[in-house]
Design a protein around this ligand. Structure first.
Ligand code: ZN
Length: 71
């Protein structure tokens, strides 16, 4: 049932311990780096390949890519 719903779900991990308000996320698909507000209220997509990098949680965002820095 609902086989068309099957897709690769990426695991999103909520950001903790961030000292800054902006973080740099590395896109797991194309390896480009993108800066985003840590409490963003909308989905963050990679500006290069469009992959979903982060989702809002109400508090800190949850990210799929690797956090490579804080701004
Ligand atoms: Zn990308």
């Amino acid at each position: 049932m609902a086989e068309e719903e099957v897709r690769q779900e990426r695991k999103f991990v909520k950001v903790k311990n961030a000292k800054s308000r902006f973080i740099k996320i590395k896109c797991p698909d194309c390896n480009s780096e993108q800066v985003t507000f840590i409490r963003a209220s909308s989905v963050v997509n990679c500006s290069v390949c469009g992959s979903k990098l982060a989702v809002p949680t109400g508090g800190n965002i949850a990210v799929a890519g690797e956090i490579v820095g804080e701004i």
